[in-house]
Ligand binder design. Structure first.
Ligand code: ATP
Ligand code: MG
Length: 176
């Protein structure tokens, strides 16, 4: 992460193991880490990242420091087991990156090759690790699932069952 919310200086976090806890005092940036993961995976709604505009994710300065001109987050996956198949399956490591400048929009990269947002979505659709999928359970999300309307609940179930990928493909085909 760099220039992303409170993480103004380049910060690397290793997520080793199956269960990782992030602990720290209030306001230290725990939720910002979760926001960074959602953001790089393509979250397009600022309110889902606790902001009003998407540009709110860019470090906005303190009394000691100037605001940053851009935010970037890169998520690196070990793919030596080949779990990410298809077009990107040949790579032992996959780096998914999103950059946002103050003046411009978001740009996405996979292994430093510019891609579309939907190329990133394609990789993770059906794995549970989308920006709004269930692999990331944020603050308040348990309540949201409990109170969800049946149609919303169905989206979670379809993601778990691996159906969402095909539903998305069908929608695209029908729109052509
Ligand atoms: P809690 O335990 O209360 O849930 P937390 O560790 O989850 O706290 P976060 O919500 O991740 O804390 O971080 C909040 C901090 O991030 C605040 O101090 C806020 O000012 C800072 N912050 C958020 N957006 C930006 C931004 N664009 N630029 C600079 N700082 C930011
Ligand atoms: Mg928090």
């Amino acid at each position: 992460m760099s220039g992303f919310k409170s993480f103004v200086d380049p910060t690397t976090i290793r997520v080793n193991g199956k269960l990782v806890g992030v602990v720290g005092p209030n306001g230290c940036g725990k939720s910002n880490i979760i926001d960074a993961v959602r953001w790089v995976l393509g979250e397009s709604r600022a309110s889902e990242l606790r902001g009003e505009s998407m540009h709110d994710v860019i470090f906005n300065g303190t009394t000691q420091r100037k605001p940053a001109g851009r935010a970037s987050v890169e998520l690196i996956f070990d793919n030596t087991d080949g779990r990410i198949a298809g077009q990107w399956g040949q790579y032992g490591e996959l780096a998914v990156k999103r950059v946002l400048t103050r003046e411009g929009g978001s740009t996405y990269f996979i292994n430093n090759v510019a891609v579309r947002r939907r190329d990133i979505q394609d990789i993770f659709l059906g794995t549970g690790l989308g920006p709004r999928a269930y692999a990331i359970i944020g603050q308040g999300m348990i309540a949201r699932i409990i109170e969800a309307r049946p149609e919303e609940l169905r989206t979670f179930l379809e993601e778990a069952a691996g159906v969402s990928k095909y539903r998305e493909r069908r929608r695209e085909t029908e729109n052509r």
